[in-house]
Design a protein around this ligand. Sequence first.
Ligand code: SF4
Length: 389
Amino acid sequence: MASPLQLYVHIPFCVHKCHYCDFNSHERETPDWSVYQLALITELKYWANSPEFANRKLNTIFIGGGTPSLAPPALIEAVINTARDCCGLDADAEITMEANPGTADAAHFQAYRQAGVNRLSIGVQSLDAAELRWLERIHGADEAMAAYRIARDAGFANINLDLMYGLPEQSLGNWLATLTTAISLAPEHLSCYQLTVEPHTKLAATHARKPYPLPDDDTALSMFWATREQLLETGYEAYEISNFSRPGLKCRHNDGYWLYHDYIGIGAGASGKWDHSGNQADGGITRYSNIRTPERYIASALTQGKSINAQESLTRNEAAAEACWLGLRRSHGINRQAFLQRFGFDGWASFQPQLETWQRAGKLIVDDDRLQLSASGIALADAISASVL
Ligand code: SF4
């Protein structure tokens, strides 16, 4: 049976390109929103009618960026309505949109809510003025707090705050001050990621010339554990390595990625994926990624319906390894029965050679139902999950 279907919509425009950012985001003073909307709708209709995704209802939509909160509400509404008309949308579908506090606008937030967005993810990153300046964010701490209040006033009952730790000269105390203030706002969800210096960013170039005083490994690890401790103590569930929610309010869209579900991706640089459960029925998957430059993306979508830059297929074994790599990030790990049904072989039997050392070291728990990281294995998630690839 095909997995639930998700839709990712990419809005690639930002007011300013933050120096650490490796997302597909582009500074454009005045994007032509009507043309971008037309390209998104054209592409969505193309995929909705394609053999890969036809007659499959969506259960989540995630509008990410870039800065989606720059987009006119009419664009957001048009995309959601097209998704509902062309694909079908579950009555309880989760519809998330990302917002930058520097672009928070009460009337827009209300209009996004009315358009059907029912979950807002606010890119706060830090509540420390100096850290926000270093990150090159376009907002201060007060604006981040104000954006949260504007979102609540607009009727958002499900809000995520994105936070970042491991910043230059950041002490454990600095980080916990941001985290504590964020928790005091009582968001339903928090994503807490360590800063990484991604290659090909402005930050990577400057860091290579003159390294920033980033926290050492021990300090970064103490931040990781303190984050979990504080969030678990205050009633959040750690359902993934970096993601915490009130019970029942995990991000279903992102959890779908870790569960290896299918998704349509539309917009510049977006990607999509489908299982070969139809004609090919070989257990593998195919995925595509779109042209990244907005103007080139638009030109291709408007002339061809789609805007693919690259496409690749994975065999069943390759797809199973990838599903295992992703699934181990979830606190519930991998359901062995579901894995067996999806791939036709047992996950533990096939990955035992790579994972046995971790199991013997007490970092991985294997029982009849699940493969999952142990409490001490969580901090090694990247290394453990990557060992299956
Ligand atoms: S606002 Fe977000 S997407 Fe835009 S440049 Fe900064 S980090 Fe990247």
